[in-house]
Design a protein around this ligand. Structure first.
Ligand SMILES: [Zn+2]
Length: 255
């Protein structure tokens, strides 16, 4: 049975997720922006917290952890590269390592760029990847610690996952990301129709996360640096995809 995944809005625009194995009852929390909504979700579902998986060190992904662990002791997993600035870890991982949630195995993908040491958790049997502030719906995280080519390489790893993978990213930024995407890819009819769906969902306060990787491949400009229409629009015909990505990310920083 695939993991049962619950999206939990936290703080102003963050998401945390509970991933529950219905066979074993084990449950992982992915990121802990704040305790209260996560504790409420655990109480409401009755799920037993066994694991916490941390994507990166930013406060809006770890601040709720201590209060959650006080009530629900669990095994905490995070990147070895980030161990010095994460809350205490029980398990340190790096790309190539695996984690288990109940009977499901997840792979660690290094997605450095937003921070150095940012990891994603891919659960192939559940067709789910937890990307936090690397690949986001219609966007990607700002490059604070790594380099733009490094972020491009990280996103390429995620782009290579199966098309029907659901992307559980860390923030509700989709509408704002979409406004920017339209300035890069204005003729993209799939993007235009996706923006209508996003506006409808947001008007009803429905999360736009998770999204499908196939939608991101078709509409997210940060996965489309190789696209001839985008290159022409930017006056960069035939340029290499990394340079086009750098230009798109720079424009987003100044948008
Ligand atoms: Zn962050």
């Amino acid at each position: 049975m695939p993991l049962d995944i619950l999206t939990i809005p936290c703080l102003a625009d963050n998401y945390a997720f509970l991933a529950h194995d219905p066979d074993t009852g084990d449950t992982a929390l992915i990121d802990a922006p704040e305790a209260a909504p996560i504790l409420a979700a655990l109480a409401e579902t009755g799920w037993k917290l066994t694991d916490v998986l941390i994507t990166h060190h930013h406060y809006d992904h770890v601040d709720g952890l201590q209060d959650i662990l006080t009530e629900h002791p669990a095994r905490v997993t995070g990147a070895s590269a980030d161990a010095h600035r994460l809350p205490a870890l029980d398990v340190q991982v790096a790309e190539g390592d695996q984690v288990t949630v109940g009977s499901e195995t997840g792979a660690i993908i290094d997605v450095s760029g937003h921070t150095v040491g940012h990891i994603a958790f891919h659960f192939p049997a559940s067709k789910a990847v937890f990307t936090a502030d690397s690949l986001m719906a219609l966007g990607c995280g700002r490059v604070f610690e790594g380099t733009k080519p490094q972020m491009h390489e990280s996103l390429q790893k995620l782009a290579a996952l199966p098309d029907d993978t659901r992307v559980y990213s860390g923030h509700e930024y989709t509408a704002a990301n979409g406004k920017f995407a339209l300035t890069i890819d204005p003729e993209n009819t799939e993007l235009i129709s996706r923006l209508r769906e996003v506006a409808d969902k947001r008007a009803s306060d429905i999360p736009t996360v998770p999204s499908l990787l196939s939608e991101e491949l078709a509409t997210n400009p940060f996965l489309r640096a190789h696209d001839p229409a985008i290159q022409t629009h930017l006056g960069m015909e035939g340029a290499n995809a990394t340079d086009v990505f750098k230009e798109i990310r720079t424009r987003k920083d100044n948008f």
